[in-house]
Design a protein around this ligand. Structure first.
Ligand code: G4P
Length: 525
């Protein structure tokens, strides 16, 4: 197969949802279709159960398991599909944000009863910053839920999407009879509890009286009326508008019953984009370019103390990656060669000899990589768009063993490079502040500092609301701002100035008093 054929057959995407909406179940069903696994239950959920939130070792163990399932690749209808897994637990939301920089599209799973939940909102927000094409899968139709039109309205309003249903439910909960597939004009009948195989009937004219016999006259009348409404309310589906991030197709189904999943997958294969261009500070990288480029979007440390290695996950953006070839690590200006790059076929890790745009390779790393690092065949490029978002929780971190200062500094630096948390140094007193999305990371840091670096640390509370990266074109205005606000200023690990707001009100005051200064909630403005 030629390089272009290999590249065109790749589909790299992520599934995002609020915990419990059915992401793991859907992933598993997709893998079953791809033949990547043979039995249900083979995918270890990396979902961190609520009761385990205080037991972070358990969580890390589960995260360990999830390395293998971080990327699940399978072949389906001559396509190579790469599913990038995203941690369900909200304390690892930063991991998910970064993973979303490495996908070309996403599928959002929404629970029909619960509708749009907080984590869905956050993750779709991040996907929309990059105009990522989105397909919505409304799950659990075998249960009572919200009215489908109301739910679509909620999705449009809360997620800022412009939806277009491509399938439509016939009933719901105990009256759920199936879906009408508007994309392929098929009636897909649901047989609960696996009593009988689901039945798919090609049905392109809903006015055909046979419909009344198949799903009963009342349901048929309702379906006709609703489909007519859909056709008049929503714009016709346009695959290019979807790929441009302007319209979002919606499917209905029940993942656990494996219902509506094949329709979703088949449509996804039809419309989802092959690897898209990526942007660097220097220029746009087209996937068709012959020379290899890629960036690190995730680093996973091995929690087993006997194997201290880390795996850096690299998204290939252009060209062909080859095992044993020397590539330039741009930030270190060093040539590096990888003898054991791994690919992830379902739950198996395998050494790969070559990989193509859209693929993810895992590179064993002894501390050379940071999130966002670029690898090339020699060109100096810096990939854009791996943002840091303002943390939600902050604490001063102190070194409690003066004899281990070096270890403390190294440990903290490496854990930050891995993206476990963010570190800010307060300008006024040089004190270090760790910022995280959730409380768990504080424990993770303490534990790993001890176990991996022999360093001890503790925390002190600091009253902060959020961190904002600041920019200003007017030097005089910036200097004035800085002089007045020095006590609130800190520096991030890249040396960028950050305003630490004690409250939403403090931010508002700063904005009002210094209108020429811009405050950014994420680092890649
Ligand atoms: P997540 O990864 O998004 O967190 O969700 P996950 O797939 O683990 O699903 C959460 C729960 O919802 C699971 O039940 C799962 O079986 C159930 N579920 C998924 N799809 C459907 C569906 O279409 N209909 C219904 N009724 N339930 C669905 P659980 O009780 O938490 O776990 P388990 O004991 O069943 O594994």
């Amino acid at each position: 197969m030629s390089f272009i054929e290999e590249l065109k057959r790749r589909r790299t995407f992520g599934i995002i949802s609020h915990p419990d909406a059915g992401k793991t179940t859907l992933t598993e069903k997709l893998l079953l279709f791809g033949g990547a696994i043979q039995i249900a239950g083979a995918v270890k959920s990396n979902k961190i159960k609520k009761h385990a939130t205080s037991d972070f070792m358990e969580i890390e163990k589960q995260r360990g398991i999830s390395v293998a399932t971080s990327v699940m690749a399978f072949d389906y209808n001559s396509l190579k599909i790469n599913i990038l897994d995203t941690p369900g637990h909200q304390d690892f939301a930063e991991d998910t944000y970064r993973t979303l920089t490495a996908v070309d599209s996403v599928i959002v799973v929404v629970d029909v009863a619960k509708g749009v939940e907080s984590q869905t909102e956050k993750l779709v927000g991040v996907s929309r910053m990059r105009n990522t094409p989105i397909i919505v899968f409304i799950n659990k139709l075998d249960r009572e839920g919200q009215d489908a039109f109301d739910l679509l309205d909620e999705i449009e309003q809360k997620l800022g999407l412009r939806v277009r249903p491509l399938s439509w439910p016939i009933g719901m909960g105990s009256n759920f009879q199936g879906v009408y597939n508007l994309y392929e004009k098929k009636l897909n009948l649901f047989r609960p509890h696996g009593k009988q195989d689901d039945e798919v009937i090609i049905f392109d004219d809903l006015n055909d009286p046979e419909l009344d016999e198949i799903i009963n006259p009342r349901a048929a009348a309702k379906l006709r009326e609703e489909v007519e409404m859909i056709e008049s309310v929503y714009d016709p589906f346009d695959a290019q508008a979807y790929r441009d991030g302007k319209i979002q197709p919606v499917f209905f189904g029940s993942a656990v019953n494996n219902f509506g999943v094949k329709e979703l997958l088949d449509c996804f294969c039809d419309i989802a984009p092959s690897p898209l261009p990526r942007f660097t500070e220097e220029r746009t990288i087209e996937p068709e370019e012959q020379k290899f480029t890629g960036f690190v979007f995730k680093i996973h440390a091995n929690m087993d103390p006997k194997h201290r290695d880390r795996i850096a996950f690299v998204r290939i953006c252009s060209g062909k990656f080859e095992r044993g070839t020397k590539y330039l690590h741009v930030r270190n200006n060093k040539l590096m060669q990888f003898s054991n790059p791994t690919s992830f076929m379902a739950a198996k890790k395998e050494i790969v000899d070559e990989a193509f745009p859209g693929d993810i390779v895992g590179l064993y790393d002894s501390g050379n990589f940071k999130i966002g690092d670029t690898l090339t065949e020699g060109e100096v490029l810096h990939f854009k768009g791996i943002p840091s978002f303002s943390p939600e929780q902050f604490r001063y971190v102190n070194n409690t063993d003066p004899l281990k200062t070096k270890q403390f500094q190294k440990g903290l630096e490496q854990l930050m490079d891995e993206g476990v948390a963010q570190l800010f140094t307060r300008d006024m007193n040089q004190r270090k502040i760790v910022g995280t999305v959730g409380a768990l990371q504080f424990e993770v840091i303490q534990y790993r500092m001890k176990g991996e670096y022999g360093a001890s640390c503790d925390y002190e509370p600091v009253n902060l609301h959020k961190a904002f990266w600041v920019t200003c074109d007017d030097k005089k205005a910036y200097d004035e701002f800085y002089d007045r606000r020095r006590r609130d200023m800190a520096t991030d690990k890249h040396g960028n100035p950050v305003f630490l707001a004690e409250s939403a009100w403090a931010l508002q005051m700063a904005q009002e008093q210094h209108p020429k200064v811009q405050f950014h909630i994420k680092s890649d403005f």
